[in-house]
Design a protein around this ligand. Structure first.
Ligand SMILES: [Cu+2]
Length: 116
């Protein structure tokens, strides 16, 4: 729940303070690729920031399948079942903060913030 509410809290904080969560990382410093490892039924990072057009590479380091999907409007995707010891690159083209989960393990949750 803590992670799930992070984008909402950040948005509210940004609205009140006059800046968005995205501005917490300077856009020019945002990487075009970030690796997130799925291990012990969790993502090893719960909030990452990338440049628009970049990708998050999900690496399944567990001995069973995972899934990665988002239903955040404008950023919907679903990679299906991700087998152990595989890596899948997910491109993010639109600016915003996208909540990412695993359909197999609902408590796996993270946020991807995409900056220009
Ligand atoms: Cu999973």
């Amino acid at each position: 729940m803590r992670i799930r509410f992070w984008p909402i809290m950040a948005a509210a904080f940004g609205a009140a303070g006059g800046f968005s969560a995205a501005t917490l990382v300077f856009a020019q410093d945002a990487p075009v690729e970030v690796v997130v490892v799925q291990r012990d039924i969790d993502f090893d990072k719960h909030a990452v920031t990338i440049k628009a057009g970049g990708q998050v590479v999900y690496v399944n380091d567990d001995r069973f399948g995972h899934n990665v999907f988002s239903e955040t409007p404008g950023g919907e995707f679903d990679i299906g079942r991700q087998a152990p010891n595989t890596r899948v690159g997910v491109p993010f083209r639109r600016v915003g903060t996208f909540t990412v989960n695993c359909r197999i393990h609902p408590r796996m949750s993270m946020a991807v913030t995409v900056v220009q």
